[in-house]
Design a protein around this ligand. Structure first.
Ligand code: ADP
Ligand code: MG
Length: 292
C-alpha cells in the first residue's frame, strides 16, 4: 500500500533535514526535469559585505556613506543591512533621519534628505545611462567580479556606488553538478544585474540564468520552464520568491528563509543544505519503486 512507503520515506527525510509537507511532493521529486534557483540566500549565503565605495571627486566618501546608510537604515533588504553595518563600523558618526523615505521592492530606496532627493538602488532605478557613465564605467568592472553594485543618486546626478560581495555557498557547485549529472536542467533567477548574475552563475555551475528578474518575471520564467520541462522545482528563500515557489510543481524553501517562503513551499531544507535536494530525489526514486 502507498501509505507506509511514503510515511517511512517522509520520516527518513526528516532525519536527514528535509521536511516534506505531504507524500505527493516526495513522489513528484523523481520526475523533476528542471530546477530554478534564486541567487541571493539560495545559491549564495545571502550575507553580502561591502567591498568598495566610490564617489565623485567633489564629494567626501564619508558624507556620501553617512547619507546612504541613514537612508538604507529604513530598509530591511540584505544590501541595506550590509551598508548600514559597514558604515557603523567604519565611521564614528551617528546616522541622520531623512525627512521621508520610500522603499521600492526590487529597485531600491528613495528619500528626501536636507532638501535633496536621494535614490539608492539598481541601475534602472537611477537611470541606466547615467549609471553606466559613472566614473567611466567603473561599476561594470565591479559587477564582472560578481559583486552587486548599488548606485547612489543625489537629485539628478549619480554621485557614488557601493559594491557588495555575497559569497557562493561552499556546497553549491557540488549540489548543482549532481543534479546536472542526473540530466536535470538548472537555471538561476535573480533581480541582480546581468554582469553580476553571469559571474555568480559561472561560479555556481548552473546551466543558465535570467538577470534583472522582478518577482512577477520569476513566475513567468517558471511557467515557461513548466511548458518546456513539464516537472519543475523552484528553490528560494525570500518573500519575493513565494509566488514562484507556488507556481512550480515543487516549491523548495531554504530553512533560514522568510516565513512566507517557508509557508508557501512544499519542501523545506532545514539546514539550508542544497545537496539534500539530490538526496531527497533519491529518496523519492526509492519510494516510487516500492509503491510500484
Ligand atoms: P535579488 O533577487 O537579487 O535578491 P531584489 O529583487 O531584492 O534582488 O532586488 C533587485 C535589485 O534591486 C538588487 O540587486 C539591488 O540592486 C536593488 N535593490 C533593491 N532594494 C535595495 C535597497 N534597499 N538598497 C539598494 N539596492 C536595492
Ligand atoms: Mg533570495
Amino acid at each position: 500500500s502507498i501509505m507506509p512507503a511514503s510515511l517511512s520515506a517522509i520520516s527518513n527525510g526528516a532525519r536527514h533535514g528535509i521536511l516534506f509537507k505531504g507524500g505527493v511532493h516526495l513522489e513528484n521529486l523523481s520526475h523533476l526535469r528542471a530546477i530554478a534557483f534564486d541567487k541571493t540566500g539560495t545559491l549564495t549565503k545571502g550575507k553580502p559585505e561591502v567591498t568598495d565605495v566610490l564617489v565623485k571627486d567633489h564629494l567626501s566618501v564619508e558624507d556620501v556613506l553617512l547619507t546612504t546608510a541613514s537612508i538604507e537604515s529604513h530598509s530591511n533588504h540584505p544590501l541595506a543591512v550590509a551598508i548600514v553595518k559597514y558604515t557603523k563600523e567604519s565611521l564614528d558618526r551617528p546616522l541622520i533621519q531623512p525627512e521621508s523615505i520610500e522603499d521600492i521592492a526590487g529597485f531600491g530606496v528613495k528619500a528626501h534628505y536636507h532638501h535633496d532627493i536621494w535614490k539608492i538602488g539598481k541601475a534602472d532605478f537611477v537611470g541606466r545611462s547615467e549609471a553606466e557613465a559613472f566614473l567611466n564605467g567603473a561599476a561594470k568592472k565591479l559587477a564582472n567580479e560578481g559583486k552587486t553594485v548599488v548606485y547612489i543618486q543625489k537629485n539628478d546626478e549619480v554621485v557614488g556606488v557601493i559594491a557588495l560581495k555575497d559569497v557562493v555557498r561552499e556546497e553549491t557547485k557540488k549540489a548543482i553538478d549532481i543534479l546536472k549529472k542526473r540530466g536535470i536542467y538548472t537555471i538561476m533567477l535573480t533581480g541582480d544585474s546581468e554582469s553580476t548574475a553571469q559571474a555568480i552563475a559561472t561560479e555556481s555551475h548552473v546551466d543558465a540564468y535570467v538577470a534583472e528578474c522582478l518577482p512577477e518575471r520569476k513566475v513567468e520564467e517558471l511557467k515557461k520552464l513548466k511548458e518546456k520541462f513539464s516537472q519543475v522545482a523552484m528553490v528560494g528563500d525570500g518573500v519575493n520568491d513565494a509566488p514562484a515557489l507556488a507556481t512550480a510543481n515543487v516549491g523548495i524553501a531554504m530553512g533560514d528563509g522568510s516565513g512566507v517562503a517557508l509557508e508557501t513551499a512544499d519542501i523545506v531544507l532545514m539546514k539550508n543544505d542544497l545537496p539534500r535536494i539530490a538526496e531527497a530525489i533519491k529518496l523519492s526514486d526509492r519510494m516510487n519503486r516500492i509503491i510500484k
